[in-house]
Design a protein around this ligand. Structure first.
Ligand code: DOR
Ligand code: ZN
Length: 343
């Protein structure tokens, strides 16, 4: 049987929520990944080091016995974040970044930043204390077409941030366009990007053709085929600026299959298998280990993991839902066959 063994990977962009959902999803991530950058967009958001440290304990308590998993915590940047908190975060061994959500851009982003120029002094502090800034790169202007929001954000905002803070490490999260790939490639070594499995596997037809598919709806929204091809090229090209970040974002099935469905694809159940599928299609399985296990750790200045995981070329069917006792989460590729399986 065909197998692929790689160094244990990290997920550099993950939502695990809290409470019963956390208990449902945490085993999926912990069996695949050694570490994950945990997004802070809870209700209410995780804005202080003390809150993140408490959330970290809740996450660790949801990791099944015998699995070795380290949550890498982030703080949610708001207009009220203080320079003191940034310094404290940079000094904490548990906090690895700040996350910038433009206010209103996505799930639980109401407390995000309404005026990005107004928080430039906070970017200066992050640059000084050397803690990375993770950016959800979309404008929130209602008049801007949803398929253009990432490109316009790069032109009207990100380019200026990069110019003003040349020493600030920035991750442009979940890039979805040719323009974002180009921006990251052309930027200094301080700027990198994560890429999700859904943006490598699907184009926008997967949301809209043949009926509305709410489980393919996430933000930034999946774009047309030419963008998908640019993302595959970036992910499989061996460029250390591009690394794995699933953006796995669990929502209850009832809130996805809804007249106003939530944004987010749940992919943690089969994250590595989904990436393997995308890399195999591009005839680039030899590039998966760098993307999944090395480049993210290097960017965050973490030691690379020891130990390995092995994928086998074995078909298996993804369940229709995960969860129990009122929790029902529909995974990406529900009821469909995947060709790779984690041993
Ligand atoms: O689709 C998304 N879901 N995009 C985000 O930026 C947030 C995420 C979530 O938290 O559900
Ligand atoms: Zn996210």
């Amino acid at each position: 049987m065909k197998t692929l063994t790689i160094t244990r990977p990290d997920d550099l962009h993950l939502h695990v929520r809290n409470g019963a959902v956390l208990k449902t999803v945490m085993p999926h991530t912990a069996r695949q990944f050694a570490r994950a950058i945990i997004m802070p967009n809870l209700k209410p958001p995780v804005t202080t080091v003390d809150q993140a440290v408490a959330y970290r304990e809740e996450i660790l308590a949801a990791v099944p016995a015998g699995l070795d998993f380290t949550p890498l915590m982030t703080l949610y940047l708001t207009g009220s974040t203080t320079v003191d908190e940034i310094k404290k975060a940079a000094e904490s061994e548990h906090i690895h970044a700040f996350k910038l959500y433009p206010a209103g851009a996505t799930t639980n982003s109401d407390s995000g930043v309404a005026n990005i120029k107004a928080v430039y002094p906070l970017f200066a502090a992050m640059e000084k204390f050397d803690i990375p800034l993770l950016i959800h790169g979309e404008v929130t202007d209602d008049a801007c077409d949803i398929f253009d929001r990432e490109r316009v954000f790069i032109d009207t905002c990100l380019t200026d941030v990069a110019k003003n803070f040349p020493g600030l490490r920035i991750v442009v999260e979940h890039v979805t366009t040719t323009e974002a790939v180009q921006f990251v490639q052309d930027a200094g070594a301080n700027i990198a990007a994560t890429i999700t499995p859904q943006h490598l596997l699907f184009n926008r037809n997967a949301i809209l053709a043949g009926g509305i598919k709410p489980h393919h709806y996430c933000l930034p929204i999946i774009k047309r085929e030419s963008h998908r091809l640019a993302l595959v090229e970036a992910a499989t090209g061996g460029n250390p600026k591009f690394f794995l970040g699933t953006d796995s974002a669990p929502h209850l099935t009832s809130l996805k299959e809804n007249a106003c469905g939530c944004a987010g694809c749940y992919s943690a159940h089969a994250a590595l298998e989904l990436y393997a599928e995308a890399f195999e299609r591009a005839d680039a399985l030899d590039k998966l280990e760098g993307f999944a296990s090395f480049y993210g750790a290097d960017f965050y200045r973490l030691p690379r993991n020891s130990g390995t995981v092995t994928l086998e070329k074995t078909a298996w069917k993804v369940p229709s839902v995960y969860g129990e006792n009122g929790v029902s989460i529909t995974p990406l590729k529900a009821n469909e066959e995947l060709s790779w399986k984690l041993q």
